[in-house]
Design a binder for this molecule. Structure first.
Ligand code: PPS
Length: 304
């Protein structure tokens, strides 16, 4: 059953919010946790491309860029299906009869491009064995927190975020789906020198999308004309993608994603956190941040 068909089931919010259960101390949905062996044993191939992010770091944006590159800027081809059907969400397990990302990935003909939010030590080991390419995108913690908060309100499948104050605490403690942002970005940063990993920043992509798309092209060993490159920059800009129903999650049943609470394509700007953190919250967050990130060479820009 497709997600679109699920709309007819008229499910209540309490039946939708997925239960959680940790895997290796990292909060996941119970469905992911119960299917963990199958996810861990996923068989990657050398020509797979995996796009990894902590949630809300610009996954969908990067997925669209990669798909446009793979299709030489052909808009029609990129409209063939929703983002999540074009590039399966590897560890995302849905209740039957819905099709899970893992099943989609297993059935997909090569070369496959997939998405994941897994921390580096939870990536199925076959990705390392097969030397598959990985694009990692990181985004500053404050904008992630705001984006994740609104997303958790509008997406009825993930845990209810509670109040803004409660959510800041949960985020800092890593008690949100996919665990600690701090560990995620730092551990992937360490891993990037040992594997074919391209480590990008959302803020850099926003500042100069053409420059960052060129990095992706080089990493994918693809050559395209300047004209196609300009086309990709245009069609993957926030304002255009916001209206692209194959990329903006508006085809999801409203009972799952309610865009009237907050659109999936919400602001698309670094620095929106300033409209949400009070001065006191910001000071406390910065103090905690210094402790968590101490010793890492990784730095972020919280505005551009
Ligand atoms: S998810 O659910 O984890 O896959 O979400 P993800 O796609 O990683 O992140 C969603 C945020 O990315 C913004 N977005 C974009 N920003 C700039 N340009 C483009 N093209 C773009 N597409 C998506 C989206 O608006 C979410 O950020 P916020 O801050 O909430 O607006």
């Amino acid at each position: 059953m497709s997600l679109e068909e699920m709309e007819d089931l008229q499910l209540d919010e309490k039946d939708l919010r997925l239960e959680t259960k940790e895997v290796n101390g990292v909060l996941m949905t119970k469905l992911i946790s119960d299917t963990w062996d199958k996810i861990w044993n996923f068989q990657a191939k050398p020509d797979d491309l995996l796009i990894v992010t902590y949630a809300k770091a610009g996954t969908t944006w990067t997925q669209e860029i990669v798909d446009m590159i793979q299709n030489d800027g052909d808009i029609q081809k990129c409209q063939r299906a929703n983002t999540y059907d074009r590039q399966p969400f590897l560890e995302w397990i849905l209740p039957p009869p819905l099709t899970s990302g893992l099943d989609l990935a297993n059935k997909m003909p090569s070369p496959r491009t997939m998405k994941s939010h897994l921390p580096v030590n939870m990536i199925p080991p076959s990705f390392w064995k097969k030397n598959s390419k990985i694009i990692y995108v990181a985004r500053n913690a404050k904008d992630i927190l705001v984006s994740y908060y609104y997303f958790s309100r509008m997406n009825k499948m993930v845990p209810d975020p509670g109040t803004w104050e409660e959510y800041i605490e949960a985020f800092q403690a890593g008690k949100v789906l996919w665990g600690s942002w701090y560990d995620h970005v730092k551990e992937w940063w360490e891993a990037k020198d040992q594997h074919p990993i391209l480590y990008l920043f959302y803020e850099d992509m926003k500042e100069d999308p053409k420059r960052e798309i060129r990095k992706i092209l080089k990493f994918m060993e693809k050559d395209i004309s300047e004209e196609v490159l300009n086309k990709i920059v245009y069609y993957t800009s926030f304002d255009v993608m916001k209206h692209n129903s194959m990329a903006n999650y508006t085809t999801f049943p409203k009972s799952i994603m309610d865009h009237s609470i907050s659109p999936f394509m919400r602001k698309g700007m670094p620095g929106d956190w300033k409209r949400h953190f009070t001065v006191a919250q910001n000071e406390e967050f910065d103090k905690h941040y210094q402790k968590k990130m101490a010793g890492s060479t990784l730095t972020f820009r919280t505005e551009i």
